[in-house]
Design a protein around this ligand. Structure first.
Ligand code: HEC
Ligand code: HEC
Ligand code: HEC
Ligand code: HEC
Ligand code: HEC
Ligand code: HEC
Ligand code: HEC
Ligand code: HEC
Length: 373
C-alpha cells in the first residue's frame, strides 16, 4: 500500500501529466492478453464450415460474432462450442461434437485470469441459494415457475440435459436458457460469463454500462441501479455518455474518462494505481446484509476459493491451513477499502471520499440512506 499512498499524494496534488508520468514509472495497467496464439490455439479450420452455414441460417448471430473481437481475431464457433466425447452436454451436429452451453471453464482456455477472479467471488456462489432456506420458501410459496423466473434468472440455476434419444446432449427445456451469475454448469464450473458479456459480441464496452449490472441489482432488496440512476454519478453518466470512452482499451478512471463512474468503474475496472478485477467483492469492506452491518476481511485460498471473516473474529495468516486448503492472501477490510478509495482518487480529493464513507457507512450506490453519489 506504500507506493499507492505515494502515488496518491503526488498525483492528486499536481497535474494529470504527473499522474501519467507516474503510471508509466509504475508500469501502465495493461489489458491482459488471452492465453495462446491465433492460428495455433484457436481458429480451428473445421470451424469455417460452422461460420459459412450459420451466416445464412442466423445472420444476426453471425453479424454479432463477426463484429466481435473474437470474429476479428479468428476465434470461431468451434473454438467455443466444441465438446468432448462423454460430456453430458455433447451432441453431434453437422459432423462435429458440440455443446450449446459454453461455460466459464470453456472461456478459461483463453482467459484464465478473468475465470479465476470470478470463480473465487460471491458472484460465482450466487447459485448456492438454491440449496438454502430462502429458496425453499420461494419454491413452496410460489412454485417452481416462480423460482425459475424469480430467482434463477439472476442467481443461476442447475443446467440439466436430455440423456437419451435423438436429442441426447441438448439442454432440458426449462433449465436453459439460463445465464444467471452463479449458474451450476455440467463441468462443475460456476456462473456464466454471458451474464454480463452479451453474446455473440462479448464486449467490454457493453459490460461497463450500469444497465449490465442493473439487470440483477434492481428492486427493493438490492436497489443499486435505482440509487445509481438518481445519484449525481448516474445523472452525469447519462447526460455525458458520449464522453465515457466506453470502448477504450484500459479504461482507467480519471485518465480515459472523467465524466462519471459506472458500477464497473468502482467494483471492477482499473484506476490510476489499481488493476482491474473480475472479483466484485475485492473492494467491498462492509456487509449490509445482517441486521447490524459488519466490516469484512477477505481470505483467499490456494485452491481458488475465498471467504469473508467478520471484524473481531480471528483472521488466518498467509501460510495457515483453512477450509481444506492454504491461505495465500489476506485483504483486511482496510485493504479492501483502500482499493475502492484509490478508484475515487481518480476524480476526487480526500475530503469528498472520506466524508462520504463517514456519511454512509454502507455504500455509495447500495445504501438507500446514501445521500451522496
Ligand atoms: C459482473 C459482470 C461480468 C462478468 C460476470 C464477467 N465479466 Fe468480463 N468484463 C466485465 C467488465 C465490466 C469488463 C471491463 C473491465 C474494464 O473496464 O477494463 C470485462 C472485461 C473482460 C475482458 C477484457 C479484458 C481486458 O484485458 O480488457 C475479458 C477477456 C473478459 N471480461 C472475460 C470474461 C470471462 C471469461 C468471464 C467469465 C469467466 C467474464 N468476463 C465474466 C464484466 C464481467
Ligand atoms: C450446413 C449448415 C450447418 C453447419 C455446417 C453447422 N450448423 Fe449449427 N445449426 C444449423 C441449423 C439449421 C441449426 C438449427 C437447428 C435447430 O434449430 O435445431 C443449427 C443449430 C446450432 C446450434 C444450436 C442448437 C440448438 O438446438 O439450438 C449450435 C450451438 C450450432 N448450430 C453450432 C454449430 C457449430 C459449432 C458448427 C460447426 C461445427 C455448426 N453449428 C455447423 C446449421 C448448421
Ligand atoms: C467466445 C465463445 C463463442 C463463440 C466464438 C461462439 N459462441 Fe455461440 N455461444 C457462446 C455462449 C457463451 C453461448 C450461450 C450458451 C450458454 O448459455 O452457455 C452461445 C450460444 C450459442 C447458440 C444458442 C443460443 C442462441 O442464441 O441461439 C448458438 C446457436 C450459437 N451459440 C452458435 C454459434 C455460432 C454459429 C458461432 C460462430 C459463428 C458461435 N456460436 C460462436 C459462445 C460462443
Ligand atoms: C433481479 C435479480 C434477483 C432475483 C430475481 C433474486 N435475487 Fe437474490 N439477490 C440478487 C442480488 C443482486 C443480490 C446481492 C445483493 C447485495 O449484495 O446487495 C441477491 C442476494 C440474495 C441473497 C443473499 C446472498 C448471501 O450470500 O447472503 C439471498 C439469500 C437471495 N438473494 C435469495 C433469493 C431468492 C430465494 C430469490 C427468489 C425468490 C431471489 N434471491 C431472487 C438478485 C436477485
Ligand atoms: C480460443 C480462445 C478464446 C476463447 C475460448 C474465448 N476467447 Fe475471448 N478473446 C479471445 C481473443 C483472441 C480475444 C481478442 C483479444 C485481443 O484483441 O487482445 C478475446 C477477447 C475477449 C473479450 C474482449 C472483447 C472486447 O470487446 O474488447 C471478452 C470480453 C472476451 N474475449 C470474453 C470471452 C468469453 C466470455 C468467452 C467464453 C464464452 C471467451 N471470451 C472465450 C480468445 C478467446
Ligand atoms: C445475472 C445477475 C447479476 C449481474 C448481471 C450482476 N450481478 Fe452482482 N450480484 C448478483 C448476485 C445474485 C449477487 C449476490 C451473490 C451472493 O452473495 O450469493 C451479487 C453480488 C454482487 C456484489 C457483492 C459482492 C460481495 O463480495 O459481497 C457486488 C459488489 C456486485 N454484485 C457487483 C456487480 C457489478 C458491478 C455488476 C455489473 C458489472 C454485477 N454485479 C452484475 C447478481 C448479478
Ligand atoms: C470517473 C470520475 C469519478 C469517480 C471515479 C468517482 N466520482 Fe464521485 N463524482 C464524480 C463527478 C463528476 C461528480 C459530480 C460533482 C458535482 O457536481 O458535485 C461526483 C460526485 C460525487 C459525490 C457528490 C458530491 C457533491 O458535492 O454532491 C460524492 C459523495 C462522490 N462523488 C463520491 C465518490 C466516491 C466515494 C467515489 C469512489 C468510491 C467516487 N465518487 C468516484 C466523478 C467521479
Ligand atoms: C462511486 C463508486 C460506486 C458506484 C458508481 C457504484 N458503487 Fe456499489 N458500492 C460502492 C461502495 C463504496 C460500496 C461500499 C463498499 C464497502 O463495503 O466498503 C458499494 C457497495 C455495493 C454492494 C454491496 C452492498 C452490500 O449489501 O454489502 C453492491 C452489491 C454494489 N455496490 C453494487 C453496485 C451496482 C450494481 C452499481 C451500479 C448500479 C454500483 N454498485 C455503483 C461504490 C460504488
Amino acid at each position: 500500500m506504500n507506493t499507492s499512498r505515494q502515488v496518491r499524494k503526488v498525483a492528486w496534488l499536481s497535474s494529470s501529466l504527473a499522474a501519467l508520468a507516474l503510471m508509466v514509472a509504475n508500469g501502465p495497467v495493461q489489458a491482459d492478453r488471452p492465453e495462446g496464439k491465433a492460428g495455433v490455439d484457436w481458429g480451428n479450420p473445421a470451424g469455417q464450415e460452422c461460420v459459412d452455414c450459420h451466416m445464412t441460417e442466423n445472420p444476426g448471430l453471425y453479424w454479432e460474432w463477426n463484429h466481435s473481437q473474437h470474429g476479428q481475431n479468428g476465434v470461431n464457433c468451434l473454438d467455443c462450442h466444441e465438446a468432448k466425447e462423454g460430456e453430458i452436454d455433447a451432441f453431434t451436429h453437422e459432423g462435429a461434437l458440440i455443446s450449446i452451453v459454453v461455460t466459464p471453464k470453456d472461456c478459461s482456455k483463453c482467459h484464465t485470469t478473468e475465470f479465476e477472479e470470478m470463480d473465487g467471488s460471491h458472484h460465482s456462489k450466487a447459485g448456492d441459494i438454491l440449496a438454502s432456506l430462502d429458496n425453499l420458501m420461494g419454491e413452496v410459496v410460489g412454485g417452481p415457475a416462480a423460482v425459475n423466473a424469480g430467482c434463477r434468472q439472476c442467481h443461476g440455476g442447475t443446467l440439466e440435459f436430455i440423456t437419451e434419444g435423438k436429442d441426447k446432449g441438448r439442454p432440458l427445456p426449462g433449465s436453459w436458457p439460463n445465464t444467471g451469475i452463479g449458474r451450476l454448469n455440467p463441468d462443475g464450473s460456476k456462473g456464466s460469463c454471458t451474464a454480463c458479456h452479451g453474446r455473440h459480441r462479448f464486449s467490454r464496452e457493453q459490460a461497463r454500462t450500469p444497465d449490465t449490472c442493473g439487470k440483477c441489482h434492481v428492486g427493493p432488496d438490492h436497489p443499486q441501479i435505482e440509487v445509481y440512476n438518481e445519484s449525481k454519478h448516474g445523472i452525469i453518466y447519462r447526460a455525458k455518455i458520449d464522453e465515457m470512452n466506453l470502448d477504450s482499451d484500459k479504461w482507467i478512471a480519471g485518465v480515459d474518462y472523467s465524466a462519471a463512474p459506472t458500477c464497473a468503474t468502482c467494483h471492477m475496472s482499473a484506476g490510476v494505481n489499481q488493476p482491474k478485477t473480475h472479483n466484485v467483492g475485492e473492494r467491498i469492506s462492509w456487509t449490509l446484509r445482517p441486521p447490524i452491518s459488519t466490516k469484512m476481511n477477505l481470505v483467499k485460498l490456494e485452491n481458488g476459493n475465498e471467504f469473508d471473516v467478520p471484524e473481531g473474529k480471528e483472521i488466518p495468516k498467509v501460510g495457515d491451513e483453512a477450509k481444506g486448503s492454504k491461505v495465500v492472501e489476506v485483504l483486511t477490510w482496510k485493504d479492501r477499502r483502500a482499493k475502492m478509495e484509490s478508484i475515487c482518487f481518480g476524480c476526487h480529493a480526500t475530503s469528498v471520499i472520506e466524508g462520504h464513507y463517514k456519511q454512509s457507512p454502507g455504500s455509495i450506490s447500495g445504501s438507500a440512506t446514501s445521500g451522496g453519489a
